[in-house]
Design a binder for this molecule. Structure first.
Ligand SMILES: O=C1O[C@H](COP(=O)(O)O)[C@@H](O)[C@H](O)[C@H]1O
Length: 267
């Protein structure tokens, strides 16, 4: 184990601490590969939803040995937990980021790559993406949750913004209260670009596994709020609302992101 510590809270959240992003990347690759192997063994398919941002470069170790050879890539189905309403070639596109940093380096079957349609409005794109996922649940490519009316992805990978946002769910935004839709949209994101498409909290919290990957000292304060539960409006921070109903959540933190923790934050 490359981590220098791990803690579990009473609410089931597990936190793993890494000396640096290199160690974190190594363990993240192993974590994803293990979940993929277990899902393929159990169901013949591995469904993975990606976010954008720093996460993609932290997945780099998955593109090298031994995983290029040991992972059953043909069984993977890739989804996006959020996307910006921009062209696929735009620098802000999560698809572009994922394609350049990960998807172009591993042999995912092209029609297993379920991208969000960027050629329509954010509202239409959210509706279309939900339709795609509903079809895949109907055809049993994606499992259905047994505890909610939601899909059950094998793994959803999230980053966390400095403001505590995950996917494109921002603090105090009304979409945090969405209970019906699986995929929704925002047109006023506080972080550019303003128009985005995002999984809703019920979908995130219906996954079998969720990993939240956070690095860098600029997020240390927010990490402290999230873990301690103490701080301004911290219980309503989107990152704090990631609490899978029947799944497991693991936080991967490098030393810089964990630098404001003292240990007493863990209940
Ligand atoms: O806006 C977004 O930000 C989060 C966090 O990005 P990071 O670069 O600070 O790790 C990202 O997970 C999300 O997909 C993206 O839309």
């Amino acid at each position: 184990m490359a981590h220098y510590g791990a803690k579990k809270q009473k609410d089931g959240r597990e936190f793993r601490f890494y000396e640096n992003t290199d160690d974190l990347s190594t363990e993240l690759a192993e974590y994803i590969a293990e979940l993929s192997e277990a899902a393929v063994k159990e169901c013949g398919i591995f469904t993975l939803a990606l976010s954008g941002g720093s996460l993609i470069s932290l997945m780099r170790k998955l593109c090298g040995a031994p995983y290029t050879r040991t992972v059953d890539w043909a069984k993977w189905h890739i989804f996006f937990a959020d996307e910006q309403a921009v062209a696929k070639s735009h620098p802000d596109s999560n698809y572009r980021l994922a394609k350049e940093g990960f998807l172009s380096k591993v042999p995912i079957i092209p029609n297993h790559l379920h991208a969000i349609n960027y050629t329509v409005s954010a509202e239409q794109a959210a509706e279309d993406y939900e339709f795609v996922i509903r079809q895949l649940v109907r055809t049993r490519v994606v499992c259905a949750s047994d505890v909610s009316d939601c899909p059950k992805f094998d793994l959803i990978l999230l980053g966390m913004g400095r403001d505590g946002h995950v996917a494109s769910l921002f603090p105090n935004h009304p979409v945090l209260n969405e209970t019906e839709a699986w995929v929704t949209f925002v047109t006023n994101s506080p972080k550019p670009p303003p128009e985005r498409i995002t999984f809703t909290l019920p979908v995130i919290n219906s996954a079998s596994h969720v990993a939240v990957i956070v690095t860098g000292s600029n997020k240390a304060e927010t990490v402290k709020f999230v873990i301690s539960g103490i701080g301004p409006e911290c219980s309503s921070l989107p990152a704090n609302l990631v609490q899978p109903i029947n799944g497991k959540v693991v936080w991967f933190l490098d030393r810089a992101a964990a630098s404001k923790l003292h240990g007493s934050e863990f209940s």
